[in-house]
Structures are given as C-alpha cells and as structure tokens.
Design a protein around this ligand. Structure first.
Ligand SMILES: Cc1ncc(COP(=O)(O)O)c(C=O)c1O
Length: 360
C-alpha cells in the first residue's frame, strides 16, 4: 500500500532523543530554546514560541492578540476544524468567507464584505502547502486595523513573493507526524513583535511572569525537550523534504490525465503538504475506491466544510452558503506526495489514476 504520509525519521532524530533522555532534562529546556531559534530563522522572523500542538499554537496566538468574547475573526471554512475551533476557544466567533476555487485558499475579494465593527482579526489558512494571496489581505488588515493570525500548519517553508509564511503577522505551525516536518506532536508560533512573543510565553506557562505569581489565565501548552530534539533534527531536513515533495508533485502534474492538477500562482512556492486534484462529474469517490483497490492511498481534505459540521449548524447556528467551498468539498482528492515515495510509487499512482480516468 502506498500511504498518504510517512514520517521520515533517521538516525539524527533517534540520537537526539537519546541525548535528551540521557540528560535527565525531559521537559521544556535547552532543546526547546534551540528549536525556537532555528524555527524563527527558517521563517525569517525575530521570535518563535514552541507549543504542544498546532491547535494550542493557534489558541495562544489568538489570545496573545487579545481576541476574545464578542470578537469576530474572518477565516476559511475549507480547512481542518482546529483553525476555527481555536477561535471558539477564545470566546470569539469565526466568520467564514468563501475560497478561490483555483487555490482553495481564502478569496481576498470576498473578505471586505464580511468585516463588521466586531471584526478583530483575519486568519488566512495556507492550505495544502500554498500561501494565501497575502498582499490584498494585508491591505485590508491595515485599512481596518485588524490583526493577522496565519494558520501555516500545513505550509512550513512556503513562500509568497520571497517571504516565508509565518512572517506576515502572528504565524502558527503544526508539527504533527503527517506534516512536512514533525516533532511527534507539537506546534510553533512565529512573530516579529516582541510584545506578542512575551505574551505567548506567559499564556503557554499558566499566565506566569514570575515563578508562582499568576497575573492572568494561562495553560500548560509547553513542548517537551524530547519533542524539540526530534523537531530540531527534522528542521535541518525541511528544505530537502520540500524539494522532494515539489519534484514528486511535478512528476504527478506532468503525467496525470483527466483530473485538474494543483495550481501554483506566480511568485509563490508550493511546498505540497498535500497534492490535491479536482475530480469533476461526481466521480471522485469512485476514483478513491479504484485507487484503494490498486494499493494507492488517497484522502479527502475535507469532506465537510466547517460551516456544515453538525455542531456548527445545530449549536452555533451557522446556516450560510459558501458555493466554492461546498463544491471543493465534493471534488477534491489528495494523492500521496510525501518525501518517502519511490519513483516506482509515483509510476503506480499515475497508472492507477490514468487507468480510471481513461475508462470513466
Ligand atoms: C490547517 C490546520 N490547522 C490546524 C491544525 C492543528 O494542528 P495539530 O494537529 O498539531 O493540533 C492542523 C493540523 O492537523 C491543520 O492542518
């Protein structure tokens, strides 16, 4: 079976973990600090704050930007539920804007109509490894005095006009094992703002500035040194992994027939966390079954847009229509693209897809 994801763990990660275990310092310590510094450098920002997951990174980033009860945050409904749940955790309300059907990211032209006096932030989600169209989003944020919280959980190292994601506002990343790099579980917040950086560190650690003096509500959202050791070893390989993913994606795009292959806008680098095609004519699920029979994994990210999830409808009262989002949910299919695929795996994926599309 060719799986959708395969963490690339080598001797460097194993040795780094053993060193932490031997050191006796397992909780947040020097490896976390080193990982934060290296991650900040990778993004081209001044500060990075490690957390226990991408979800907690989002939660802390929102709180540090003073998002809370009564506020609205504009984001996409075509993403993993953690993007918008993190907004709910703060007491604020996610306001969903439709996507651009070519990039699957927020359509900047539709954002301004969703801004109200309650809007405090925009959360662009750089989905599948491709940055959102940031220039118009930054212009709107400036015009209306809004914070930018980037959900870059799927886009480590992706660039928009030469700048890395996570450097446009407060950035957030996931280090879950399926991501382009992993720490086992983990997250990272990135910022150039020293006030936000400090606030994130306080919220991550029980609202504590001085030991056992608690000025505000905080959490235990720390990363351990064991996880940081893995993450640091992985970070050194990020560029290599991304280049491999891009080469795999290029091969797929050059050879697949009968599906719409991913679009890469000019002046952007796609890091292909997912390689996602569109299958029209209601044939997506049949293609998935066919691939399964040929030993090729695939996945639908995401079959139910967030505004259609049952508790968003029944408990939170969402009833809007987002046509491009809903259409994408019916047509998208992600194929294996990870850095562990062999040339034979790629040939198998292409042959299985093309066999189906030539017959249907
Ligand atoms: C777009 C997006 N946002 C947020 C998250 C949450 O990250 P984590 O699973 O590390 O909590 C993920 C990861 O699955 C994601 O893909």
């Amino acid at each position: 079976m060719i799986y959708m994801a395969k963490p690339q763990i080598g001797d460097e990660e194993k040795q780094a973990v053993m060193e932490v275990l031997d050191s006796g310092m397992l909780a947040q310590g020097p490896r976390v600090k080193a990982f934060e510094e290296a991650f900040a450098e990778m993004c081209g920002v001044k500060h990075a704050v490690a957390t226990s997951s991408g979800t907690t990174a989002l939660h802390v980033a929102l709180l540090a930007n003073r998002i809370g009860s009564g506020d609205e945050v504009i984001t996409s409904a075509f993403t993993f539920i953690a993007s918008s749940n993190s907004i709910l955790f703060t007491g604020a309300r996610p306001v969903f804007v439709d996507i651009d059907p070519c990039t699957f990211n927020l359509d900047p032209d539709k954002i301004e109509a969703a801004i109200t006096p309650r809007t405090k932030a925009i959360m662009p989600v750089h989905l599948y490894g491709l940055a959102c169209d940031m220039d118009p989003i930054l212009r709107l944020a400036e015009k209306h005095g809004l914070a930018i919280i980037e959900d870059a959980c799927q886009s480590h190292g992706a660039e928009y006009k030469g700048k890395r994601v996570g450097s446009f506002g407060t950035g957030t990343f996931s280090l879950y094992p399926t991501k382009n790099i992993t720490s086992g579980e983990g997250g990272m917040i990135t910022t150039n703002d020293s006030v936000i950086d400090e606030q994130c560190r306080v919220i991550r650690q029980h609202g504590m500035r001085r030991r056992y003096y608690h000025d505000e509500l905080g959490f235990n959202f720390r990363m351990t040194d064991v996880h940081a050791a893995i993450g640091l070893a992985q970070l050194k390989k990020l560029d290599k992994f991304n280049v491999q993913r891009q080469a795999n994606a290029r091969f797929l795009s050059e050879n697949l027939k009968g599906v719409v292959v991913p679009f890469i806008p000019e002046e952007q680098t796609h890091v292909f966390h997912q390689y996602t095609v569109r299958v029209s004519g209601g044939k997506r699920d049949a293609l998935r079954t066919h691939l399964q029979e040929r030993g090729v994994g695939s996945e639908v990210y995401y079959p139910v847009p967030i505004h259609k999830q049952s508790f968003y409808v029944s408990d939170l009262g969402y009833e809007q229509s987002l046509p491009e989002t809903e259409n994408a949910a019916l047509e998208v299919l992600s194929l294996p693209v990870h850095a562990g695929l062999s040339p034979a795996d790629l040939e198998t994926i292409v042959a299985a897809v093309n066999e189906f599309t030539s017959l249907h």
